[in-house]
Write a protein that binds this ligand. Structure first.
Ligand code: GRF
Length: 193
């Protein structure tokens, strides 16, 4: 199963996926390319470390969504990679129906809350400020409505009395790093069956 990762930031989840791949724990999945919409994104460095092609792809003209010329470029470039799965791992940009339809049923996203609670920006901070006692993270299929597609799997994280926003955030990220590679491995096995 050919996997393309899209991201914008530090790429700790991309790193977890590549580490799992190196450990033989990614099922039949193989990451074939990492694409970032920020030229200085840390996620690009992980490609080098793990010997997987990584590139910046200009998403212009918009800042918070993928539409217009940038959308065309992304559709064309990603299509050429013939992906079976596109993983949004911290891709901080709303993707629109043209891109979604070009890769129907093949795009998954990682979100740092137990959806449907706390969609949108800062899922960790939203949960923390609401005072929930159990938070976590979600992997779901991407549909046109942000953070609302079918849920594939979730991991819960208890918020203990001694937690701070920082310790809670660290626990959620650790849960993400376990969950996302597992989901990819599982999807690769299901799709082969
Ligand atoms: C993760 O918390 C993910 O849930 C959210 O963006 C963050 C990406 O982190 N969508 P990283 O770039 O993988 O470290």
């Amino acid at each position: 199963m050919r996997v393309v990762i899209l991201g914008s930031g530090t790429g700790s989840n991309a790193k977890a996926i590549l580490q799992a791949q190196g450990d033989g724990a990614l099922g039949n999945a193989e990451v074939v390319q990492i694409i970032a919409d920020q030229p200085a994104a840390g996620i690009l460095r992980h490609g080098k470390t793990f010997n997987v092609p990584a590139r910046y792809l200009d998403p212009a003209p918009f800042k918070t969504k993928l539409e217009g010329a940038g959308e065309d470029l992304y559709i064309e470039t990603v299509s050429e990679l013939k992906p079976d799965l596109i993983v949004l791992a911290g891709f901080m940009r709303v993707i629109k129906p043209r891109f979604i339809n070009a890769f129907a049923g093949k795009i998954i996203n990682l979100h740092p809350s137990l959806l449907p609670s706390f969609p949108g920006l800062d899922g960790i901070g939203q949960a923390w400020r609401r005072g929930v006692k159990v938070g976590g993270c979600t992997v779901h299929y991407v549909t046109a409505e942000v953070d609302a597609g079918p849920i594939i799997d979730q991991a819960s994280v208890r918020i203990e009395p001694e937690d701070t926003l920082e310790t809670y955030a660290a626990k959620v990220h650790a849960a993400e790093h376990r969950l996302l590679p597992l989901v990819i491995a599982r999807l690769s096995q299901q799709r082969q069956a």
